[in-house]
Design a binder for this molecule. Structure first.
Ligand code: MG
Length: 159
């Protein structure tokens, strides 16, 4: 048994004048997006950390530091694909990923299938091996007050 699991977490604050990108999908009905050095795709960032964690290869901040101009407004989907290539070079293949996005508004359910397709294509696995879930924080705390969006992820990799 050489399968391993990793966890990931990320959160970004809402900001006016930004597009909302989650799982590589633009949520066009959102009134604002998330602030960040890259495109601030919290879901994709949580997945990247889960994958790096599973492979024992560090975290997103080590590989794509937000002090580096190369990653300004970076397409996080491209970073995800790069990380999967990196894992492959270290002998790891991705078996499955699962994630939860915590967000009060907008409702993200209508975008679930497109996110699964988009993420699966960047990772290079079947979309059935990519699960994305949505929940709210029931009005509690910063996420509950609508100050931002958080995401949790789990990834399983195998030799
Ligand atoms: Mg992030």
């Amino acid at each position: 048994m050489s399968a391993r699991s990793g966890i990931g977490y990320d959160s970004h604050r809402f900001a006016d004048g930004r597009k909302l990108i989650l799982g590589g999908v633009e949520i066009t009905e959102a009134e604002r997006g998330l602030s960040g050095h890259s495109d601030a795709d919290a879901l994709t960032h949580a997945l990247i950390d889960a994958l790096l964690g599973a492979a024992g290869l560090g975290d997103i901040g080590q590989h794509f530091p937000d002090t580096d101009e190369r990653w300004r407004n970076a397409d996080s989907l491209g970073l995800l694909a790069e990380v999967c290539t990196f894992l492959d070079e270290h002998g790891w293949s991705v078996v499955h990923v699962d994630a939860t996005v915590i967000c009060e508004t907008p409702k993200l359910g209508p975008h679930r299938d497109e996110m699964r397709e988009t993420l699966a294509s960047a990772i290079g696995i079947n979309r059935l091996e990519v699960n994305v879930k949505f929940t709210t924080n029931e009005g509690m705390g910063a996420i509950g007050r609508g100050e931002g969006i958080a995401a949790l992820a789990v990834a399983t990799v195998d030799r």
